[in-house]
Ligand binder design. Structure first.
Ligand code: SF4
Length: 399
């Protein structure tokens, strides 16, 4: 282990994630912790629970400044402006939040409108992430979304009027989608005024409705690969920087919150099912990385917090990440960045010497999967195409 000075902990960027666990209904491809909304949303009770949880956990990040806040879900745009205002005010009174912090809220075009966007903005949200997914009625129906194309366009226009900085989430390789159709989606996304685009390939995740009944007309592997290339080419030609597997940004507008994840920074995560990663130091000066998870069920989470604990799921013993697991965990994040990271960041964030992964780095460079530059850890285009295989090679260091 590399020993840690207290200043080193303060230098690890810190984000705050808040999970809103309800949606109008569950989409058939979704494996997030989202639950169908009850007839009356218990938003006051839930916000109270989030703030009570933060009361009990703020000391774990004492002395540190929150650089970004992300209110995700689920469908956080189901929240009222007043609930978001109370949440933001409560957060700012409990932890130190940077004056220029990026504050993002995820919005569903089927559960939001311009008046709400304005209320979110007044509450302190300065970046919106819109789950558009597609501008085609047929594709939106095929993936079970609650909105149609007209609603998607309306939400984009409203987002542009209220926020200078907004992201669109768009999916490709949807059931029945053609290359020509994807080209039109890309054109529309580019001309939408969005400062950031996240283009995700539809994947069939275990436990989802699509895993039980997979659509028959999904694009095959070759077509999906062509689509992925088209996304990267068209967005680059339109001036977006492809800086992460699915992330494209106008210059200077990469998402600060996700960059914290991808550079293996820390995040305190509040709410049902939320996962945190917070780095501390042992009395001997060793760096300790703790992961915590909250109860996934909103009811269980709220009951646990109301009963006086922090809503944590799991035992104390499971909290500290083993040193053997750290190389893989680090690479799961860092290698998503197309520029990779400086090699020395591995030591700074994990507390392990670089020599632990050096043999794997050398082999991957020799195989043309990592760029041959000892000062950086970065995939080649071939390495990026086989990213999960490259990441899994860092499991070898744990054997
Ligand atoms: S709106 Fe998003 S979080 Fe909610 S069910 Fe659909 S994909 Fe999942």
């Amino acid at each position: 282990m590399v020993s840690v000075q207290p200043q080193r902990l303060l230098d690890i960027p810190l984000g705050l994630y808040v999970h809103w666990p309800w949606c109008v209904r569950k989409c058939p491809y979704c494996d997030f912790n989202s639950h169908r909304s009850p007839a009356v949303l218990p938003e006051d009770r839930y916000v109270d629970a989030l703030l009570a949880e933060l009361d009990r956990r703020a000391e774990t990040v004492e002395g540190r400044t929150v650089e970004s806040i992300f209110i995700g879900g689920g469908t956080p745009s189901l929240m009222s402006g007043e609930a978001v205002r109370r949440l933001m005010e409560g957060i700012r009174s409990r932890v130190d939040v940077a004056a220029d912090a990026e504050v993002t809220l995820e919005a569903n075009p089927g559960a939001s409108d311009e008046a709400k966007f304005e209320a979110f903005r007044r509450a302190g949200v300065n970046r919106l992430s819109l789950g558009i997914q597609s501008f085609s009625d047929e594709r939106l129906r095929a993936i079970g979304r609650i909105h149609d194309a007209a609603r998607a366009r309306e939400a984009v226009r409203a987002a542009g009027r209220v926020f200078e900085n907004f992201n669109l989430d768009v999916m490709f390789a949807l059931p029945g989608e053609s290359v020509g159709e994807l080209a039109r989606e890309l054109d529309e996304a580019v001309s939408s005024g969005a400062t950031h685009l996240s283009f995700y390939q539809l994947t069939i995740e275990p436990g989802t409705a699509f895993a039980k009944r997979t659509p028959e007309n999904l694009p095959d592997e070759d077509l999906t690969a062509d689509m992925g290339e088209m996304v990267a080419e068209k967005l680059a030609a339109a001036g977006f920087e492809h800086y992460e597997v699915s992330g494209y940004a106008r210059p200077g507008l990469r998402t600060r919150h996700n960059l914290i994840y991808w550079t293996f920074g820390d995040y305190l995560a509040l709410g049902a099912g939320a996962h945190s990663k917070v780095t501390t130091a042992s009395p001997e000066g060793e760096l300790l990385i703790r992961r915590e998870q909250r109860w996934a069920s909103p009811a269980k989470y709220m009951e646990a917090v109301e009963a006086g604990d922090s809503g944590r799921f799991g035992t104390e013993a499971a909290l500290t990440v083993d040193a053997e697991a750290l190389p893989f965990e680090f690479m799961l994040n860092a290698l998503r960045l197309t520029d990779g990271v400086e090699a020395k960041l591995f030591e700074v964030r994990t507390g392990l010497p670089l020599s632990v992964i050096e043999p794997t780095l050398v082999r991957l460079r020799r195989e043309g999967l990592l760029v041959d530059d000892p000062s950086r850890i970065r995939t080649t285009p071939k390495g990026l195409a086989f990213l999960s295989d490259v990441q899994e090679r860092f499991l070898e260091t744990s054997e």
